[in-house]
Design a protein around this ligand. Sequence first.
Ligand SMILES: Nc1ncnc2c1ncn2[C@@H]1O[C@H](COP(=O)(O)OP(=O)(O)OP(=O)(O)O)[C@@H](O)[C@H]1O
Ligand SMILES: [Mg+2]
Length: 242
Amino acid sequence: MKEVVITFENVTKSYPIYTHITSGFKNFVLRFREVWNNSKKRFIALKEISFEIYKGECFGIIGKNGVGKSTLLGLIAGVLKPDTGKITVKGKVASLLELGAGFHPELTGRENIILNGVILGMTKKEVMKKMDRIIEFSELGEYIDQPVKTYSSGMLARLGFSIIAYLDFEILLVDEILAVGDINFQKKCREKFQEFKKKKVTIVLVSHNLYEVISLCDRVMWLENHRIKEIGKAEEIVQNFQ
Ligand SMILES: Nc1ncnc2c1ncn2[C@@H]1O[C@H](COP(=O)(O)OP(=O)(O)OP(=O)(O)O)[C@@H](O)[C@H]1O
Ligand SMILES: [Mg+2]
């Protein structure tokens, strides 16, 4: 019997719509009604979403830009709240959401490792014990003692992935992070994913790289027009999507 670890029941998520009045106060007064009406309108990013994710599977999410993939990960992570519907998540969640999210730009890579480790539930002592291995995995060399604001996208991805590589968690959320790493680092990440899979970690992966989705994911959800279009075996869904 498959154990369900993430459940979405009829979840809808919207964002406020912003209206810009750029040409002064007079225009603002004249267009007040429009601004007021728009302030009540909301943009629906995800509509009536229901699905389940099982323990230990790698679950892919695909779909065009702006369809709601990152929003969905944010809802699982608990950084966003749904307007309506119910979300249940069982287990400790680690996430690689946006590049650099969760890092303090002025702190060095090393200091950010400590900060993130502690935020994700380790003691400082535990982080220090794993520090050398984390830095080695990141291959950031002497950059590890430079402020994170000086890092390239690939370097940020390396730092983020290296931290989670040595953490304990049951659910891992990944948003497009592998794409910015170089070939060598992508290979290392893939090997780490296989290790996570063996440990029965549940992985939710958002990616535009369909080759990566087929090679890593068991099941895939295809989002279209902010709704679920199809859920099923990775190869089948990717084929229908193309
Ligand atoms: N904070 C926000 N405020 C207003 N609208 C937002 C906000 N975040 C996202 N949106 C809108 O919600 C929709 C879904 O965004 P989301 O980032 O989830 O898409 P996505 O599928 O991850 O796209 P991409 O493939 O480009 O990463 C988009 O149309 C976006 O403009
Ligand atoms: Mg996104």
